[in-house]
Write a protein that binds this ligand. Structure first.
Ligand code: AAT
Length: 277
């Protein structure tokens, strides 16, 4: 058997992974959903034929989207996740014992159902009593929501179709309004090698709303170029200003990517990436 899955990128490059078999294939109201079993990287979640995660390396995304904002805030108690249907971000958020409430607003309940059943190592916290799951469009939810959060994490697909609104200035203004006066927002922000244009729009939109806007990086082999960016937008705290390194030390043993050295270094950008900001 010589079965490969290939994700083709817009700039005529691609990533291929050797596959054992397809475990699930279906279509929700919003998108095509597939779970593949790979030879070397565990299970793979695809949405509309794009890789969302491989079980072997999802830690590099989920630890970095969650722990950087959570350790940048001195006392986070409430978190809102927009998107994040596979549950990996919620799993990382709920490692923090000081978190009292985590609300997750995902548009597509099928993503949750499928990952819960087929990739339970990622969707492991869906039954955690601190987690409240809502199935709604994040753009609508944030406009109607009146609660205030310490941290908002935008764990969304790329800015096409129903995820497009999550990259607009109007949405970031609603996110700003839903944060407490010292709140922090983090969003997945594509990559500076292939998608600098998307990033420029995104960061301009964020800078029009937030006083403090930075970019940080993680290295994620299953996303285009392997280098992945996150936007850090904050009302009050600058990156690294409030980090409690002792608290990181206590969690480090459980983690595969994030640690004290990583939080100090991840905001350092190569020159070509700095140009996006
Ligand atoms: N956790 C890593 C995987 C993802 S999944 C992103 C999720 O965002 C999907 O489940 C999708 O259904 C959800 N989503 C998209 N648009 C909306 C919306 N408007 N409201 C709520 N949820 C939404 C992210 C991978 C990053 C991809 C990088 N190429």
């Amino acid at each position: 058997m010589n079965l490969w899955f290939t994700e083709y990128y817009e700039n005529d490059t691609a990533l291929s992974i050797k596959i054992k078999k397809t475990l699930y294939s279906g279509k929700s109201k919003y998108q095509k959903i597939d779970v593949l079993e790979s030879e070397q990287l565990g299970k793979i979640l695809l949405l509309d034929d794009l890789i969302m995660l491989t079980e072997a390396h999802e830690f590099a995304y989920h630890e970095m989207i969650a722990h950087v904002p959570l350790f940048s805030h001195p006392e986070p108690k409430s978190v809102l996740i927009i998107g994040g249907g596979d549950g990996g971000t919620a799993r990382e958020v709920l490692r923090h014992e000081n978190i009292e409430k985590c609300v997750m607003c995902e548009i597509d309940d099928m993503v949750v159902k499928v990952t819960k059943e087929y990739i339970p190592s990622v969707g492991s916290q869906f039954d955690n009593p601190k987690l409240e799951l809502l199935f709604k469009d994040g753009v609508k939810f944030i406009e109607e929501n009146t609660n205030k959060f310490d941290i908002i994490i935008i764990d969304s697909t790329d800015p096409v179709g129903f995820a497009e609104g999550l990259f607009k200035q109007k949405f970031y203004q609603s996110v700003y309004d839903c944060l407490k006066e010292d709140g922090i927002m983090v969003a997945q922000a594509e990559n500076p090698y292939y998608y600098a244009d998307i990033q420029k729009d995104m960061f301009n939109n964020l800078k029009a709303v937030f006083p403090i806007v930075s970019m940080y990086l993680s290295f994620i082999p299953f996303y285009p170029s392997g280098m992945w960016a996150f936007a850090f937008a904050s009302k009050k705290y600058k990156p690294l200003e409030k980090v409690k390194y002792d608290d990181i030390k206590k969690m480090e043993n459980e983690l595969k990517y994030f640690n004290s050295d990583i939080i100090k270094s991840c905001f350092s950008l190569p020159n070509f990436a700095k140009k996006v900001l």
